[in-house]
Design a protein around this ligand. Structure first.
Ligand code: HXC
Length: 512
């Protein structure tokens, strides 16, 4: 027995070194953690429970049969975050560039299946050159198996992707199907085709940072949801995110100790009287939520809409809000996608949704029309309309046109719709409206500007207030800003009682 134990320990000590001392030393020189260290840093101390360390690769061609690939380049298992169970895998770039072959994929899919059956989040730490070229179709098949599970698990368990290296090819599509993608400045890269392949196929030189660095995906493409300066900061972000999520769609969401907002402002102080003046919606959010803590998602992308998690009276909520200081909070192609996806995530995981409304509508212009604002804007309406989770909205100032309908209006089955006395609800803003409906009268007037101003004032008086929609029951109550937090807490408490009717057909066809 002792001899066998010693052989076992020798084997383990080789396997846990992945690609070996030299490659590990190179990573250390570059200040990058190993796959195993990443798992240890992410999880609660001493909670990692590894499986499949002894799995061997099955590649036979191009000299692979003569190579040992420790653990086939991926570390898999389970562990705890803040005492809650999670599944995790980390690709090991020191082993054949973290490339994915048949058995590497099988280790990941086994972990995914177990996470799904046991109802816990899965966190993938991705650092991979994509499909292992030497294994041919076996590696493509491996990706297919992962994508299938990403899809089947979507909306069932939270799926989180942390990108910590140059991820290429298939290595980007699995993260793209998951719920949240985390990237680290300068370290993380995502591209379908890597720079070396681009150079050989297109004879074009492109830096991997410009092609798909953390900034590109956080600001331009919208692929990434979180940006940080270091691996350790990313792990803190992952842990914070999980604190707002249930372990599975039908599990309880952890409740925190209720805390009053810490903001030194009152809600009424944060919104200027002049409706043409902008303000920061995050200041508003901070006057409402517990401890004034707002965990923003996709903070660098489509900033005209703000999304993120917070707590009200200890209960997690998702917030979607127009940001008046960017493009006046208008909905455009990217912000519609951003918000619609977040609404669907919250709905799938039974996280109640608070919507804060202040927008002059969908962004006008040929650029937006040609970029598909009709198709993308439709996703917003669809997402809110199908969401059965408790929904509460508050109209702060403007709610014009399609924006009024799309941003969680009563007509889309929002449980409680409130408006502040400053709310203005109309088909469009007074200036544009009067230029259209009184065009002839203004043109023919002795003093067109005076008449225009008079008509604008009349229109504002008639439509740009919350009393007209409240008189029709489209708004449940006009509230004093000071009672906002309390009203919202009560509203969610009531709305949690509803029993949504689930669809009997397969699924709707969201206009993707
Ligand atoms: C096999 C690979 C590999 C791969 C890297 N390696 N990618 N081995 N299959 N896909 C190996 C290298 O041979 C090298 O082995 C080690 O990993 C480290 O790679 P380097 O190139 O030395 O590292 P670096 O300079 O940091 O560049 C990393 C990289 C680059 C940017 C990822 O390797 C690259 O561009 N690889 C190809 C990426 C790509 O285009 N993949 C697409 C695959 S197709 P040694 O032995 O020297 O250490 C695909 C299709 C799926 O994924 C589609 C699904 C939809």
């Amino acid at each position: 027995m002792l001899k066998k134990i010693s052989t076992f320990l020798d084997k383990v000590s080789v396997l846990i070194k992945g690609g070996g001392d030299e490659k590990i030393a190179k990573r250390r020189q570059n200040g990058v953690l190993t796959a195993r260290e990443r798992i240890y840093e992410l999880l609660d101390q001493n909670s990692f429970h590894e499986i499949d360390l002894f799995v061997e690769h099955s590649g036979k061609d191009f000299g692979l049969d003569k190579q040992q690939l420790a653990g086939d380049g991926v570390v898999t298992g389970f562990g705890k975050i803040d005492g809650r169970q999670v599944a995790v895998y980390a690709q090991d770039f020191t082993v054949q560039g973290g490339s994915l072959g048949k058995m590497h994929a099988a280790k990941i899919t086994k972990t995914m299946d177990m996470a799904s059956e046991m109802g816990m989040p899965i966190i993938g730490i991705n650092d991979s050159g994509g499909a292992r070229i030497q294994e041919g179709v076996d590696s493509l098949a491996g990706y297919g198996e992962i994508f299938l599970r990403n899809t089947l698990n979507s909306g069932k368990i939270p799926q989180i992707s942390v990108i910590l290296g140059p991820c290429a090819g298939g290595a980007v599509y699995s993260p793209a199907i998951t719920d949240f993608v985390f990237m680290v400045d300068k370290l993380s890269k995502m591209f379908v085709t890597g720079p070396k392949v681009i150079e050989s196929v297109l004879s074009e030189k492109v830096s991997s940072e410009e092609l798909g660095g953390a900034k590109v995906h956080n600001t331009k493409t919208g692929n990434a949801h979180f940006y940080s300066q270091s691996e350790l900061d990313t792990f803190t972000q992952v842990r914070t995110l999980l604190s707002y999520l249930p372990s599975a769609w039908d599990a309880e969401i952890p409740k925190a100790k209720p805390a009053p907002p810490k903001s030194r402002f009152k809600l009424a102080d944060t919104i200027p009287d002049d409706s043409r003046k902008s303000y920061d919606i995050i200041d508003v959010i901070k006057t409402i939520v517990d401890g004034s803590e707002f965990f923003e998602v996709q903070a660098m992308f489509a900033k005209n809409v703000v999304i993120g998690f917070a707590r009200l009276d200890g209960e997690a909520i998702g917030i979607i809000a127009n940001q008046p200081k960017v493009k006046a909070g208008c909905l455009d192609v990217d912000s519609s996608d951003k918000a619609a996806r977040f609404v669907r995530f919250c709905d799938a995981f039974c996280i109640p949704i608070l919507t804060l409304v202040d927008l002059p509508g969908y962004l006008p212009g040929a650029d937006q029309e040609h970029a598909g604002i009709i198709r993308h804007g439709a996703k917003m309406i669809y997402a809110y309309a199908e969401a059965t989770v408790p929904k509460v909205s508050l109209i702060l100032r403007k709610a014009f046109g399609g924006g009024y309908i799309a941003m969680s209006s009563k007509h889309l089955k929002t449980d409680f719709v409130y408006a502040l006395p400053s709310a203005e609800i109309a088909v469009m803003g007074p200036e544009s409206a009067c230029n259209i409906i009184f065009a002839k009268e203004i043109r023919d007037a002795e003093n067109p500007e005076a008449l225009r101003q008079q008509k604008i004032n009349e229109y504002r008086e008639k439509f740009s207030n919350p009393y007209n929609p409240a008189s029709k029951g489209y708004i449940d109550a006009i509230i004093h800003p000071d009672e906002t937090r309390q009203k919202l807490i009560q509203s969610f408490e009531i709305a949690r009682k509803k029993k949504p009717v689930f669809k009997k057909h397969k699924h709707g066809c969201i206009p993707l």
